[in-house]
Design a protein around this ligand. Structure first.
Ligand code: CO
Length: 133
């Protein structure tokens, strides 16, 4: 009887070893992609919260030409035209970019509420505004 019990125990141990060995490589790669997704999710959520907002400069227009955002928001303007543009406050110095070439960008964080009208220095007809609430 003892021999039979021993054989059963050995058989069970062998089964357990066989069962865990193939499972380990399967679960390990599955965990890695899950971690990668978890790391990218928070940054995507941060953008959704509106802390950073993008304005496109395209076809001699600011898109959107009126932007309503909350205090503390960072706005990033990116020029998609081959022509150079600026982001320049109509009055004051809140917005004062260099000439932006194609692909160039300018960012500014608005820390106070108010209406901030701006234009493009080489093209005064390009007008837009940011409303900070
Ligand atoms: Co312009």
């Amino acid at each position: 009887m003892k021999t039979v019990t021993l054989l059963i125990v050995i058989a069970l141990l062998a089964l357990a070893a066989c069962a865990t060995t193939p499972n380990a490589p399967v679960t390990a790669p599955a965990a890695a992609p899950a971690n990668t997704q978890a790391q990218t999710a928070p940054s995507a959520a941060a953008l959704v919260q509106g802390e950073t907002v993008n304005v496109r400069i395209k076809d001699f227009k600011f898109i959107p030409d009126t932007l309503n955002v909350k205090t503390g928001t960072t706005v990033i303007w990116t020029n998609e035209d081959s022509a150079r543009h600026t982001v320049t406050s109509d009055s004051g110095t809140e917005l004062d970019s260099e000439l932006l070439a194609l692909g160039g960008s300018y960012s500014h964080t608005f820390n106070e509420a108010g209406d901030f009208a701006y234009h493009c220095t080489p093209h005064p007809s390009m007008r837009a505004k940011v409303i900070i609430e």
